[in-house]
Design a protein around this ligand. Structure first.
Ligand code: 5GP
Length: 181
């Protein structure tokens, strides 16, 4: 793709991603049959994944959005998380499925899960497109996982570098990694 930098390396193609999401959608459909499901999309990185995932779920779901900001850069995720846009909808008594782009250190999701638990949902589960197991600081149970990735800075399919490349229809990484300073 012509707009990509020379240090870009492809990881997962559009076809591989589409195939994986169909499988995840089928699993979610099975798990939540007969239960009211709220899919909670964490902005901004998961909007592309969520758009495809919800269309692979064959249930009458409700879709909500939450905005989070993690302080620190990628190399030094501090664990200090701010909710920049909260869900308008009460989650009490609902089956909530969080949709996140990537679990890296796990600090952001750990914060979000603890926060959402205080709202007394009937159940809380997590769908993550990517997981970087080598960077884990806090174990976060991922119920529906797209792909494991190596310790590389990944972009595309909703994931950005400095606000760019979210519109890349595949997933790849930048190596050498970008200067995050
Ligand atoms: P955490 O370290 O708390 O698990 O991840 C925090 C956030 O950092 C993620 O939700 C994601 O937005 C961002 N992040 C972590 N690793 C990467 C990466 O390799 N590429 C991109 N674009 N963002 C990442």
């Amino acid at each position: 793709m012509s707009f990509l930098p020379p240090n870009y390396h492809p990881l997962f193609s559009r076809g591989e991603i589409a195939q994986r999401i169909l499988t995840l959608g089928a699993q979610i459909t099975q798990s939540y049959k007969g239960k009211p499901l709220t899919v909670l999309v964490v902005l901004k990185g998961s909007y592309v994944f969520a758009a495809d995932l919800v269309r692979a779920i064959e249930l009458p779901i409700n879709v909500e959005f939450i905005g989070l900001r993690s302080y620190g850069d990628r190399m030094t995720t501090s664990g200090v998380v701010e909710i920049t846009m909260d869900v308008k909808h009460p989650l009490m008594g609902e089956h909530v499925l969080i949709v996140e782009d990537i679990v890296d250190t796990g600090l952001t999701l750990d914060y979000l899960i603890k926060n959402l638990r205080t709202r007394n949902p009937a159940s809380l589960a997590l769908a993550a497109l990517l997981h970087k197991p080598s960077r884990t600081k806090v174990e976060v149970p991922i119920d529906y996982l797209g792909f494991e990735v190596p310790d590389k800075f990944v972009i595309g399919y909703g994931l950005d570098f400095a606000g760019k490349y979210r519109n890349l229809p595949e997933i790849g990484y930048l190596d050498p990694p970008p200067d995050m300073a």
